[in-house]
Ligand binder design. Structure first.
Ligand code: PNS
Length: 164
């Protein structure tokens, strides 16, 4: 049984994340997505909301689970008996940060390897941050994520705006 964990912020998931997860679900027996609950960051969506968004978007994939976690990704991997940490690579600009993380994780947990999947070309430019920025200026985000997610982004941004 080859299990990979895919840790990330997923605030919220984009087509780029979903593409990596769908492809990984073919290569690994089990993929466990770890949504980072980090009290130091202030994400748009709560960890619970980000987990639910991913669960709904991936409910057809029987070997994919979504959980939230706090602390180190290597500990999340260990707790879930995973030997691999999965990360998506979009462009060379991701590489330095990803390499540093992978090497740090390898020092912390030599028994856990990081595997990178290159994002499909059509999503190479895409990030949750870009999607939220475009939405905040009322731009069209329909090419960035499925309708349930884009709707959630627009509603959440409206709620944040009206609470100010
Ligand atoms: O989606 P992101 O924000 O690029 O994901 C970053 C994430 C969550 C993978 C990274 O910040 C992380 O692993 N955080 C948990 C803390 C940790 O393990 N740090 C050591 C690795 S440098």
């Amino acid at each position: 049984m080859v299990t990979a964990v895919y840790p990330g912020s997923f605030d919220p998931a984009t087509y780029g994340h979903l593409d990596v997860i769908r492809r990984a679900s073919i290569s690994f027996d089990k993929v466990i997505i770890g949504v980072l609950h980090n009290s130091a960051k202030s994400p748009l969506f709560s960890a619970e909301e980000r987990v639910n968004i991913l669960r709904n978007a991936l409910c057809d994939l029987k070997n994919v689970e979504v959980k939230s976690f706090e602390g180190l990704s290597v500990n999340f991997a260990r707790e879930n008996h995973a030997h691999f940490i999965l990360r998506g690579l979009r462009a060379v600009t991701d590489f330095e940060y990803e390499l540093q993380m992978a090497q740090t994780n390898r020092v912390l947990a030599p028994d856990i390897d990081t595997m990178f999947m290159t994002t499909s070309l059509e999503y190479a430019y895409l990030s949750s941050t870009i999607m939220k920025e475009v939405a905040s200026f009322n731009g069209d985000i329909s090419k960035f994520a499925p309708p349930e997610i884009t709707r959630a982004v627009i509603e959440k941004l409206q709620a944040v705006k009206s609470s100010k």
